[in-house]
Design a protein around this ligand. Structure first.
Ligand SMILES: [Zn+2]
Length: 244
């Protein structure tokens, strides 16, 4: 009987593998970075790209370039970005896949990877709630997902910290503004974001999450709203940091 069960299990496994291979042949899953077809044991990003991702290790470096962006602007406990973003590098390709090629699961995957690192950090491991930078609802409807929230979901899973996705809402669809300078002036006004259910956030150390940090203007506007609440502390992480 045990022998029969083993044969049945093996047959099931063999069939499943065969089906998986067939699906891969018809719809090859590509590496989000180099676009090579992935092997069965690889997920979202091929092993070659994965080991050569330009990690910043900013989470281990107090006073890193992302933290410096907020000096004199917002009182941020700690800030970091997982990867370096430069035009034409692997990270640009990955972010493009996440945002425009309907692959939110890649953002989740990166969140899982980075969350495993952040749990070893004295500061980031004390965060009690994750809040992603929100998209305006019209934009969310168009895209179907918020890439920052997908990254946040990966962090939520690996850091075991709840994500409160509805706590911060975006009142204005500023990204329709083509002139970036104007957009950033708006951001600095700080009236773009609004807090929902503030009681839930009081006295918490919040981890604010974005996809890319460039000038820090968006994060600053979000953080300043949150810092108005009693006892709130804010730390920041993003998938990537790009110099401007
Ligand atoms: Zn690759």
């Amino acid at each position: 009987m045990i022998g029969a069960n083993r044969i049945l299990t093996k047959t099931k496994h063999w069939l499943q593998t065969g089906v998986d291979d067939m699906i891969r042949l018809l719809y090859p899953v590509m590496c989000a970075s180099c676009k090579a077809s992935l092997y069965r044991h690889e997920k979202h990003i091929c092993n070659h790209c994965l080991v050569s991702l330009p990690a910043s290790n900013f989470h281990k470096e107090p006073g890193n370039p992302v933290e410096k962006l907020f000096w004199g602007r917002s009182h941020i406990e700690a800030a970091a970005a997982f990867l370096y973003f430069n035009k034409g590098n692997k990270v640009q390709a990955i972010l493009h896949e996440i945002k425009y090629n309907h692959r939110p699961e890649v953002g989740y995957f990166l969140g899982m990877l980075y969350g495993n690192e952040l749990t070893k950090s004295d500061v980031f491991s004390t965060c009690e709630a994750i809040i992603p930078v929100p998209l305006h609802f019209a934009k969310l409807n168009r895209r179907g997902y918020n890439q920052s929230a997908e990254f946040g979901r990966g962090l939520e899973k690996s850091m075991k910290i709840p994500m409160l996705e509805k706590s911060l809402i975006r009142k204005k669809d500023t990204e329709t503004q083509t002139k970036k300078a104007r957009f950033e002036r708006w951001e600095n006004v700080g009236s773009i974001f609004q807090i929902n259910q503030p009681k839930e956030l009081e006295n918490k150390h919040i981890l604010l999450v974005d996809d890319v940090i460039t000038t820090g203007a968006t994060i600053e506007a979000c953080a300043n709203e949150l810092l108005n609440l009693p006892g709130v502390r804010v730390s920041v992480v993003a998938i990537a940091h790009t110099k401007h």
